[in-house]
Design a binder for this molecule. Structure first.
Ligand SMILES: [Zn+2]
Length: 95
């Protein structure tokens, strides 16, 4: 089942999360910033057209996925996460 990015946007997705393995980073691209031709593609189809701005690596299709705020706490551009740093001190707290 392949959905276009525009269809994902209708499902509430706001970003495309692109994971770069060499950089070990995940970048979130706002869907509304994508040009219309790109929104007509599925995230997997978009993958070969993307390139990491830092190292130039093209992401694997499996590492390009739609992202929405309900999938993760906080906003992707927000660096302060409440549980960051304290999670490792509480064994079993994540379960
Ligand atoms: Zn990279």
């Amino acid at each position: 089942m392949t959905k276009s990015i525009a269809e994902h946007a209708e499902d509430g997705y706001t970003h495309i999360a692109v994971r770069c393995l060499p950089c070990r980073t995940t970048k979130c691209v706002p869907i509304r910033q994508l040009p219309a031709p790109a929104r007509a593609l599925s995230p997997q189809e978009l993958a070969p057209r993307l390139k990491c701005q830092d190292c130039g690596t093209r992401p694997e299709t499996a590492n390009v996925s739609p992202w929405r705020a309900s999938d993760a706490p906080g906003h992707p551009s927000r660096s302060s996460r409440p549980e960051a740093g304290s999670a490792s001190k509480k064994p079993g707290a994540a379960a």
